[in-house]
Design a protein around this ligand. Structure first.
Ligand code: CA
Length: 228
């Protein structure tokens, strides 16, 4: 069963970014667009984690955080707060109010997903997805190490994130644009050709161990990891 994340955010574009990235990483999502809604949904659905924006209509994120901590049903649900850049005070008050962690806006999707995973892992070891396995490839998400048929595969940080993204959903085809969003982040302008360059490096590193090529190139479509 995939963990359910409650997104509490009032700006539609940011809701979409959060939802898209969390769902692509295999999480189920719920959305509340104001603080009161968030408290109701959290009590009704007891999500596995809450991503809570600081700036919200009606109740502020910090008030929502406090109230979630006071209520019996939501007392132990992990909370990650989204704070604005440079608001050092916000981070501290957020943690004081009971948040487990915070992410500073603007954030890269991979950073957010990594935080969500880390907080989930701490809250309940059953969500501690520490490894991704597919075919003879293993990605150790804690040690950031990759092996193929038991042999170490050495990857740069971008190739690692690329492999992790593909391994989270084996056989699913990711377009270049999706990979740019998931691996590089939406705020960064990178040409789609860059994806091809890094896929080529990843493929080379994976195949150095002598195994079959598991990265499928779909003409005009994108890439997937697939035994075929
Ligand atoms: Ca907001």
């Amino acid at each position: 069963m995939s963990p359910t994340i409650l997104i509490v955010e009032d700006e539609p574009p940011l809701i979409e970014v959060l939802r898209y990235n969390l769902e692509s990483a295999g999480f189920a999502t719920l959305v509340a667009t104001d603080g009161e809604d968030a408290l109701l949904l959290a009590a009704e659905e007891t999500p596995n984690l809450i991503v809570l924006d600081w700036m919200l209509p009606k109740l502020s994120g910090i008030d929502v955080c406090r109230r979630l901590r006071e209520a019996k049903a939501t007392k132990t649900v992990p909370i990650i707060m989204l704070t604005a850049r440079g608001e050092e005070g916000d981070k501290i008050s957020g943690l004081d109010a009971g948040a487990d962690d915070y992410v500073v806006k603007p954030f890269s999707p991979s950073e957010l997903i990594a935080r969500v995973r880390a907080v989930l892992r701490r809250s309940d070891p059953k969500f501690g997805e520490e490894k991704l396995d597919y075919a003879d490839i293993t990605v150790d998400l804690v040690a950031h190490k990759v092996t193929r048929a038991g042999q170490p595969v050495h990857l740069g940080p971008t190739e690692y994130r690329l492999l992790q993204t593909l391994m989270e959903r084996p056989t699913r085809v990711f377009s270049r644009e999706q990979l740019l969003d998931l691996v590089w982040g939406r705020d960064i302008y990178v040409e789609e050709r860059t994806v091809d360059v890094h896929v080529r490096r990843l493929r080379k590193a994976l195949n150095e161990t002598g195994g079959a090529d598991l990265i499928r190139t779909i003409r005009r479509g994108g890439y997937s990891i697939d035994i075929g």
